[in-house]
Each structure stands twice: as C-alpha cells, then as structure tokens.
Ligand binder design. Structure first.
Ligand code: TTP
Length: 202
C-alpha cells in the first residue's frame, strides 16, 4: 500500500537586504526570495568595538529590525573590512575611499561577513572570515580606480567582483563572502530551514 505524500509547504523566504549583490548571489545557487526588504539601522561601530563583534551585532540588528511571520525565514547579512582592529565600513566620500585603499595597499586585510537567519523565534548566525591581499597600488592607479566609482556602497571602498580585482592577487577563504554572502554556509543554513534551490513560488 502506498501512502500519498502530503504537499509540504516550505517557509517563505524574506531577504532583509538592499544589496543587489546578495540577491544575485542567492540566484546563483538557485534561491529566489519571496520578498526583499531593507533594514534601516545605524551602522556606526561602538567605541572600541572589535570587527568580529561589530559585524555580528549589525547583522543581528538588521534581522531584529524587520518583522516576519512565525513561519517565515528571514535572511540578513553584514559585510565589513577589518585592517587589524580597525573597521572599514562603506566610505562616505571618494576621499575616504582613497584613504581606505591606501591603508590596504600592499598588505593583507580581513573581510568579515555575518549571516543571520531568523526562523520563528529562533535566531542563528554564522561568521565567515576571508583574508585578502592587495598588491601595492600607485597613486595614478588609485585615481583611475576611484574614477570608476566602484567604491560607493562597498565595505572598505572596493568590490572584488569589479575593477579592484586587478589589485588582488590572492585570497584565502570565501569569494562569495567577500562579495556579500558566503554561499556554502548560507545554503546550509537555509537548507536546515527547509529552503533549497529552485523553489520558486508561482
Ligand atoms: C569588500 C566588498 C564588499 N562588497 C559589498 C557587499 C555589501 O553589499 C557591502 C557592505 O555593506 P553591507 O552593510 O553589508 O550591505 P548593504 O548596505 O549593501 O546592504 P544591506 O545592509 O541592506 O544588506 O559591500 C562588495 O560588493 N564587494 C566587495 O569586494
């Protein structure tokens, strides 16, 4: 005797992010959120706050700032660049982007992405760290790079998926995490909530 399989309702996925990169990255692994929303929070670091604690706090605050139903899965993330204990957020101006790039030129830095998933009253997070090496950048190269405008809205003032790739000979860790969402880790977290690839709602 065969038992008919009941249709299993998967939870609704809400991406709590205004970042087009995060939406593209999810699409790359075949996951399309049912809804995309933006969490508006103050991303100023606390006095003396270390980068790891900062990025986790901000990702959690994004998740707490958004409403979702008990059955919904809410996904938020935060990406930040750390040079030693210093946090490099999104530069406020071209001049600040230049300062950040000069600081990273010829040395290694860390890119930290915290992923948070809220499912009902459960909140889980995961911190992924990637080390990125930038070769020394000349003043002329920096000027030309800043003209491209890639620095806007990017942690540390650069996009590894854009023109800055010419300055990055080596990374250790997760490329997708540097772009904004560590895909292997995110896929595993979503799968544990019943969300897997190619589940598009009609
Ligand atoms: C280092 C680096 C960052 N980034 C981006 C990823 C993130 O979008 C951004 C860091 O800012 P975030 O505050 O993490 O994200 P966001 O403001 O773009 O979107 P939201 O808060 O709504 O989720 O920098 C790149 O695209 N490439 C890179 O190489």
């Amino acid at each position: 005797m065969t038992t008919p399989l009941a249709a299993v309702e998967r939870p609704r996925l809400i991406l709590g992010s205004a970042s087009p990169r995060r939406l593209d990255l999810l699409a790359q692994i075949g996951i399309l959120p049912d809804q995309v929303r933006q969490a508006d929070i103050d991303e100023t670091p606390l006095k003396g706050e270390l980068p790891d604690r900062y990025v986790r706090r901000i990702a959690r605050e994004k998740a707490m700032a958004l409403d979702s139903g008990m059955d919904d899965v809410l996904l938020c993330a935060d990406t930040t660049v750390a040079v030693g204990r210093r946090i490099l957020g999104k530069p406020a101006s071209r001049a600040e982007a230049g300062d950040f790039m000069r600081l990273m030129s010829g040395r290694r830095h860390r890119v930290l992405t915290a992923v948070v998933i809220r499912h009902g009253d459960k909140l889980r997070d995961r911190l992924v760290e990637t080390t990125v090496r930038m070769r020394p950048i000349t003043a002329a190269e920096l000027d030309a790079y800043l003209d491209v405008g890639d620095w806007e809205g990017k942690a540390g003032g650069y996009a590894i998926q854009g023109a800055a790739a010419a300055f990055i000979p080596w990374i250790q860790g997760s490329f997708s995490s540097v772009v904004g969402l560590p895909l292997a880790e995110t896929a595993a977290m979503l799968a544990s909530c019943g969300i897997t690839r190619k589940e598009v709602r009609p």
